[in-house]
Ligand binder design. Structure first.
Ligand SMILES: O=C(O)C(=O)C[C@]1(C(=O)O)C=C[C@@H](O)C=C1
Length: 356
C-alpha cells in the first residue's frame, strides 16, 4: 500500500468514527422524541420533508442532492424504527415499482406488506394491518390509475404524501438469446409505455404474444419459469427472479414517471411547500365546472391537476379530482375551500401533504 493511500484511508477511518458517534447521538434524540410522542403518530411527513429539503439545499457536494436525500431517508428510517416499527402496504408482489416507491419514501427500516391489488392496499390500512399504504395514482405516459381514484372517493383514509418515481423498464429473460423468445409477459401499462420500442426492436414477435399480467414483478416471475418467454419489468425484479437483462431503458419516453400516493389515517401539518388533494362534483348544468373553479382563481390558488371520472352513481355524472398548491391550513386555501363547500354538490378533502 502506498503512503498516500494509507493516509487517505486513515482519514476515512477517523471520519467513520465521527459519523458513527453522530448517527447514534441522532438516534438517541429521536428515541427521546418517541417517548414525548408516546401514543401519538411517530411518522411526521412534514418534518421529514423539511429535513430533506434543508440537506439538499446545504449540500456542498461532491455527492449529488438525490444521493444525499437517499442517505438521509435511510438515517431517518432507522431513527423512526427505533421509536416504533412501521408496516407499509404496497401493490405487490416484491419487485414492483410500488415497492420501490415505498422504500424511496420510508427507507429500508420498515416492514413491507405486499398486497395483490390496489383494493387490498386500501383495505390493509383501513383495517390497521398496515400503518400506511402506497398506491399508484398517475403515470406521465398513460395517465390516471382509475381504480385508485375510485377508491379514494369511498375511503376514510387520508392522503399524507406523494412519491414521484422515474420508471425505467427493462426487457429480461431466463437466457439472453432473444431469437428463442416467442412471448412477452408484462402489465398492460408497461406494454403501452414501451409500445414503440417493441415495434422497432422486436417486430418478429406479434402483439398476440404479449401476455398481460397483474404486475411487472409477476411477469418476471412467470418469465423465470419459461425459457421462451421474456418480461418487461424493473431491474429490481430481474435481480429478484434471477433473470438476465436483454435491454435497458426501453420505455418510449425517457422521462416516464409514476406518481404514487401515501395513504394513512393522519392529518399532516404544513411543511412550507405542500399540496392538497380533493374531489368534488358540480350539478349537471351549463357553466357548473366553471363555477366550481372560480374560488381557486379568486383566492390565487394554483391548480396542478384536474381529472374527471364517472361518479358511478348516475349516468353521465362526473366527479373531479383536483390537486392544488398549498396546505388546507393556508389562509387563501381555507377561504377558497369554504366558498367551494357552498358551490359544490359534493366535496371531500383527501388531504394536505408535502409536495415533491
Ligand atoms: O422529529 C420527529 O418527530 C422525529 O420523530 C424524528 C424523525 C427524524 O429521524 O428526524 C423521525 C421520524 C419522524 O417522521 C420525523 C423525524
Amino acid at each position: 500500500m502506498t503512503e498516500q493511500l494509507k493516509q487517505l484511508r486513515d482519514e476515512i477511518d477517523k471520519i467513520d468514527g465521527e459519523i458513527l458517534k453522530l448517527v447514534n447521538k441522532r438516534a438517541e434524540y429521536a428515541q427521546q422524541i418517541g417517548i414525548i410522542k408516546k401514543s401519538d403518530t411517530i411518522y411526521r411527513p412534514e418534518r421529514e420533508a423539511q429535513i430533506l429539503s434543508r440537506v439538499r439545499q446545504d449540500n456542498p457536494g461532491p455527492l449529488e442532492d438525490t444521493r444525499i436525500a437517499q442517505l438521509f431517508t435511510e438515517i431517518m428510517s432507522v431513527c423512526r424504527a427505533l421509536e416504533k416499527s412501521m408496516t407499509v402496504a404496497f401493490l405487490g408482489p416484491q419487485g414492483t415499482f410500488s415497492e420501490e416507491a415505498a422504500i424511496k419514501r420510508f427507507g429500508n427500516a420498515i416492514t413491507t406488506l405486499p398486497c395483490d391489488s390496489i383494493d387490498a392496499v386500501f383495505r390493509s390500512v383501513e383495517s390497521d394491518n398496515a400503518g400506511y399504504g402506497v398506491v399508484p395514482v398517475e403515470n406521465s405516459t398513460e395517465g390516471a390509475v382509475g381504480r385508485t381514484l375510485d377508491l379514494l372517493l369511498q375511503t376514510s383514509l387520508t392522503v399524507c404524501g406523494e412519491i414521484q418515481l422515474p420508471v425505467h423498464q427493462s426487457l429480461m429473460a431466463s437466457q439472453p438469446d432473444l431469437t428463442k423468445i416467442d412471448k412477452i409477459f408484462s402489465h398492460p401499462q408497461s406494454f403501452a409505455q414501451c409500445h414503440h420500442w417493441l415495434q422497432t426492436n422486436l417486430s418478429g414477435i406479434s402483439s398476440t404474444a404479449y401476455i398481460n399480467t397483474s404486475s411487472n414483478a409477476d411477469a418476471a416471475r412467470l418469465a423465470a419459469r419459461d425459457e421462451h418467454a421474456a418480461a418487461i419489468a424493473s431491474k429490481r425484479a430481474a435481480d429478484l427472479y434471477g433473470l438476465a437483462i436483454c435491454a435497458e431503458n426501453i420505455e418510449d419516453d425517457s422521462k416516464n414517471t409514476t406518481r404514487f400516493l401515501v395513504l394513512g389515517t393522519q392529518e399532516v401539518e404544513p411543511s412550507g411547500k405542500d399540496k392538497t388533494s380533493l374531489v368534488m362534483s358540480a350539478g349537471n348544468y351549463a357553466g357548473a365546472i366553471h363555477k366550481l373553479l372560480t374560488p381557486f382563481s379568486e383566492h390565487n390558488v394554483s391548480m396542478s391537476r384536474l381529472e374527471s371520472r364517472p361518479s358511478r352513481t348516475s349516468l353521465w355524472q362526473y366527479v373531479f379530482f383536483v390537486d392544488i398548491e398549498g396546505h388546507q391550513k393556508d389562509k387563501n386555501i381555507s377561504r377558497a375551500l369554504e366558498e367551494l363547500t357552498k358551490k359544490a354538490t359534493f366535496l371531500k378533502i383527501l388531504g394536505s401533504y408535502p409536495a415533491t
